[in-house]
Design a protein around this ligand. Structure first.
Ligand code: BTN
Length: 248
């Protein structure tokens, strides 16, 4: 079953996330996409702001994954991988595209795209997930990462058109979602690990006010982060921010 996408386009709105959430509450279908040319109150993870000027991609869509709430980490990893495939297709061959857990996409160690997941549960299952994605195409906010336009590749400007990036992204998400429904998470996890940032390196994890340290070992079969501590024990982290050692 492929997702059938319908796009609702807006000029300037506070956040595509809130409109998509409203649609989900009214029972709108999986595959409903809300896109905006500009957001005036774009939202990032951990309550941060997502600066949303025209020229970049801002969209949120509804998914109704038929799975348990604890599998939401798999969705997060799947979307991050689809976003990495998309970025890879838009930039120069020698640009190093990596996914930073859970799903930031980096080019040469700088963030160029982010994902925000919000969900509503129905008992132990997921009723809906709103997936919000922001991609810096034309420009990154000053001091905050990079943009695709700084790493032009195959096809030059044409591949950096908003429509191209959106179409490519939704295509990859549809294909990976179908694979996940059909065959489960194992191959997606393997591919994510191949493209992951900081794997095998010493990292710090910020979990609320707390900082944990260890070696980034991998992700488990629910998409949670696995860290090896100094006693060589594996610890599982379900939510937090990961940094390379030395980074703040
Ligand atoms: C992050 O902090 O990395 C996640 C950023 C998610 C931004 C996108 S832009 C489209 C959607 N609408 C929002 O308000 N946020 C998400």
């Amino acid at each position: 079953m492929t997702i059938s996408w319908t796009i609702e386009m807006h000029d300037s709105i506070p956040s595509t996330q809130d409109i998509a959430k409203g649609h989900a509450r009214l029972g709108r279908m999986e595959g409903t996409v809300v896109q905006a040319r500009e957001q005036t109150a774009g939202k990032g993870r951990h309550g941060r702001q997502w600066v949303s000027k025209p020229g970049n991609l801002f969209l949120s869509f509804i998914l109704n994954p038929p799975c348990a709430a604890m599998q939401i980490g798999q969705i997060s990893v799947l979307i991050g991988l689809a976003l990495a495939f998309t970025v890879r297709q838009c930039v120069a061959e020698d640009a190093r595209v990596r996914i930073k857990w859970p799903n930031d996409v980096m080019i040469n160690d700088e963030k160029c795209a982010g994902i925000l997941l919000e969900s509503e549960l129905s008992g132990p299952n997921i009723r809906w997930v709103i997936v919000g994605i922001g991609v810096n195409i034309a420009a990154a906010p000053p001091g905050l990462g990079t943009s695709l336009s700084l790493h032009p590749g195959r096809g030059g400007k044409s591949v950096l058109a908003l429509e191209f990036v959106r179409r490519t992204l939704l295509g990859h998400i549809g294909a990976l979602y179908e694979e996940w429904l059909r065959s489960g998470f194992a191959n997606i996890r393997q591919e994510w690990l191949r493209q992951s940032h900081l794997r095998g390196e010493p990292v710090r994890i910020k979990i609320g006010p707390q900082i944990e340290e260890g070696i980034f070992y991998g992700i488990d079969d629910m998409g949670n982060l696995q860290i090896q501590d100094k006693n060589l024990r594996l610890r599982v982290v379900t939510a937090g921010e990961i940094y390379g050692q030395g980074a703040t």
